[in-house]
Design a protein around this ligand. Structure first.
Ligand SMILES: Cc1cc2nc3c(=O)[nH]c(=O)nc-3n(C[C@H](O)[C@H](O)[C@H](O)COP(=O)(O)O)c2cc1C
Length: 210
């Protein structure tokens, strides 16, 4: 039995392609794995806070030195990290915004990439002191984009800071098994969008079946 964490980050409702496809993914998953459980987190419509100075003080203070105020400053971060640690599989809906991720998703990342909880620093290891703490998880990311051609060597490949960035940020905390599904052409012809949605749906069905 596995536990899924389903995260959406589009501010759009029914018009969101990433939101629709993550829902289809999770519904299909539950049909084929009825014993699996799901936690849902919507950072697009219920944004998490940005980190602030008390957060930074608290996150870098040794736990035994934290005051009740400092524990409160990282309460949401702890909750989001507990949710992440509990998950075996992550399913993330992620629009491309200005060649990267929506700021709401960046705010989420800033809450969960935390020293002592999702990565460690080993001062003895001068070559690479950063140690990932979340190992063995699988992640599926469904991106949505207005245009297309963001793959390596394609016309906008050099402008793509969305999926390469996600690989770096989640890889840093130990999540390296990441599969991407892309819905593209939201800003182009309805035919090219429909073809991209159909291809993404077929890929989702294949991933869930596998
Ligand atoms: C603020 C904003 C910035 C965007 N930036 C890009 C971009 O850099 N590249 C792109 O291809 N599409 C861009 N788009 C289009 C969205 O990626 C596209 O509409 C996508 O379908 C949004 O995801 P959703 O359908 O899940 O809401 C942008 C849209 C918005 C609202």
């Amino acid at each position: 039995m596995a536990h899924l964490l389903h995260i959406d980050s589009s501010p759009r409702g029914d018009r969101s392609h990433s939101r629709r496809l993550t829902r289809e993914f999770v519904e299909a998953w539950q049909q084929t794995h009825p014993a699996d459980t799901v936690t849902y987190r919507d950072v697009g419509r219920q944004p998490v806070p940005h980190v602030d100075e008390p957060w930074i003080v608290a996150a870098y203070a040794p736990p035994e030195q934290r005051t009740p105020e400092l524990w409160e400053a990282i309460r949401v971060s702890d909750q989001l990290i507990d949710e992440l640690i509990a998950a075996d599989i992550l399913v993330i809906g992620l629009p491309m915004y200005n060649f990267s991720v929506p700021s709401t998703f960046k705010a989420y990342l800033d809450q969960i990439v935390r020293v002592g909880r999702t990565f460690a620093i080993d001062p003895e290891d001068a070559e690479d002191p950063y140690k990932p703490l979340l190992l063995g998880k699988k992640m599926f990311v469904i991106t949505a984009r207005g245009s297309s051609g963001f793959g390596p060597g394609e016309r906008y490949g050099h402008m793509n800071h969305q999926d390469p960035y996600l690989r770096v940020a989640f890889g840093f905390i130990g999540i390296t098994d990441i599969t991407f599904v892309h819905v593209e052409n939201d800003e182009h012809s309805s035919e090219s969008l429909a073809a991209s949605i159909a291809a993404a749906q077929a890929q989702v069905a294949q991933l869930v079946a596998a």
